[in-house]
Design a protein around this ligand. Structure first.
Ligand SMILES: Cc1cc2nc3c(=O)[nH]c(=O)nc-3n(C[C@H](O)[C@H](O)[C@H](O)COP(=O)(O)OP(=O)(O)OC[C@H]3O[C@@H](n4cnc5c(N)ncnc54)[C@H](O)[C@@H]3O)c2cc1C
Length: 453
């Protein structure tokens, strides 16, 4: 059987790896972007000089040949589900038995005047990185539009080359559609601490032309005029599916897929950023354009094709990012606004660069009273498997708090966070909990072994 995968990002390359693990099928992975799968999340470090591009490769070069995964560097221009073939940019036609669409995203644009000028771009593709590198020498001032994770990375990249940055975000506080108010305020501070002119409640109206086709500046929604030789558009991404429009594959924002990641056309699947679920799990989005989703979907589709159908299970929500010097991790459900029957324990360190939030069901919740729902960590890392196990098993806050050290990577260094959270719980509930275990590495090992049993 011949399986063609369009896209060699985390979704496509994970699917290829697992198909090979489970079967002897012929596998061809096509990408117009790069010959070798690389880590898109590491692009910023290449620009900042911490890594070279070759260090971002997901596997060493020999891996693909050794595992008999063929690669083709080229662009698919059309798909024909009737003849079961794909057409390449050079006219070549390739037939498939199974086709997996793993074609990722593109930066969004919103019809702003001037958005196609030279010096205006998003940050997604390798060519975006190259373009930014090529233009850096002529940039003194930059404007970034869109207060999300890619925007803050772009701000850090530009600041690392001493470029003055104005950062426009339509929200009243950074990423407050996702982050609770305290964490969002912490990130506002962190961005400003790094010399970025963060302008909240501010949208983009127009991008000015310098008369020679290059960007000269922008006008904001407040009618402010900002000089800029570069404008970064980081207002989100959308599935990269333009080449599918004549293929009869059902699409909305992305390629519509069922629980088994099957598209509307026989033997065509879609995974990763480009897939849109007909029926996402409650509380989850139809498109989740993050690294971990691509990885889980890649593994799931491989299982379905080689070992028998299995439904896509997104697992416990997990995301991580970095806001300049503050690492961010979230496990489970952390709502940006207070929610009925949900309580929050929140501790913030004195330097404003560390915080722990644990959300749990209130004692009066109709479902699983006191069960822990999610963890949001800033500047502190917790063990993913420990947090997920607590959330999955609906462990109560009163079980979790006394052994919070189990989740901490350096249990012996941070007892003060745990006792402070216990104090906060006492204030909230009137119950005094006693620290039980989790201080020593043996307790952590025992807990992890139990999860893995
Ligand atoms: C700067 C940046 C930072 C990020 N940081 C994080 C992070 O910290 N955490 C996180 O969870 N997520 C992060 N993300 C998101 C994450 O990188 C993506 O969700 C993930 O890489 C998507 O993987 P994918 O395999 O679905 O698609 P992609 O990685 O986009 O791969 C798809 C590939 O298919 C190719 N392709 C598309 N169409 C065709 C065609 N017609 N013919 C041939 N090839 C085609 C594309 O060129 C691309 O190479 C970040 C993204 C960016 C841009």
């Amino acid at each position: 059987m011949r399986i063609i995968i369009i896209g060699n990002g985390i979704a496509g390359s994970t699917a290829a790896r697992f198909i090979r693990k489970y079967s002897d099928h012929e596998i061809l992975m096509i990408s117009e972007e790069s010959e070798y799968p690389f880590s898109r999340t590491a692009l910023m470090y290449v620009y900042m000089g911490h890594l070279r591009l070759e260090h971002t490769k997901l596997y060493e070069d020999g891996f693909w040949a050794k595992n008999r995964i063929d690669r083709l560097h080229g662009r698919v221009t059309e798909i024909n589900p009737v003849s079961k073939s794909v057409q390449l940019h050079n006219g070549q036609s390739l037939s498939y038995d199974i086709l997996i669409l793993a074609c990722g995203s593109l930066p969004k644009k919103f019809d702003w005047p001037g958005q196609d000028l030279q010096g205006v771009q998003g940050l997604y593709h390798l060519r975006d990185l190259q373009q930014l590198e090529d233009q850096t020498g002529r940039i003194r001032k930059a404007v970034i539009v869109g207060g999300g994770l890619i925007g803050v990375e772009l701000a850090e990249m530009l600041r690392s080359r001493n470029i003055a940055v104005s950062f426009l975000a339509i929200e009243s506080s950074f990423w407050n559609t996702v982050l609770p108010a305290e964490e969002s305020a912490m990130v506002n501070e962190e961005i400003r601490r790094h010399g970025v002119d963060l302008r909240l409640n501010t949208g983009l109206e127009e991008i000015y032309n310098d008369g020679r086709g290059w960007v000269a500046g922008v006008r904001t929604g407040h009618d402010d005029h900002l000089e800029a030789q570069f404008v970064g558009l980081t207002v989100g991404v959308r599935p990269n599916i333009g080449f599918l429009y004549n293929s009869d594959i059902e699409t909305n924002m992305g390629v519509m897929v069922d629980d088994y990641l099957r598209s509307s056309q026989k033997d065509i699947y879609a995974i990763g950023d480009c897939a849109e679920l007909w029926t996402p799990r409650p509380g989850r989005k139809a498109i989740e354009a993050i690294w971990y989703t691509g990885r889980i979907m890649g593994e799931t589709v491989a299982h379905t094709l080689c070992k028998g159908p299995v439904k896509y299970d997104p697992g416990i929500w997990y995301n991580s990012a970095k806001f300049f010097d503050i690492e961010y991790q979230v496990y489970g459900e952390i709502e940006p606004q207070p929610v009925e029957h949900v309580q929050s324990l929140y501790w913030q360190g004195a330097n404003g660069k560390k915080s722990i939030r644990i959300n749990y069901n209130s004692a009066t919740s109709p479902n699983f009273p006191l069960a822990v729902r999610g963890f949001c960590l800033m500047g502190i890392r917790y063990r993913q498997e420990v947090c997920e196990q607590w959330i999955r098993s609906r462990a109560t806050i009163e079980t979790v708090l006394p052994q919070l050290g189990l989740a901490n990577f350096d249990p012996e260094f941070f007892p003060q966070y745990e006792s402070r959270l216990m104090d906060l719980y006492y204030i909230q509930s009137g119950k005094r909990l006693i620290l039980k275990s989790g201080r020593d590495r043996d307790a952590v090992t025992r807990f992890l072994n139990k999860i893995n049993e």
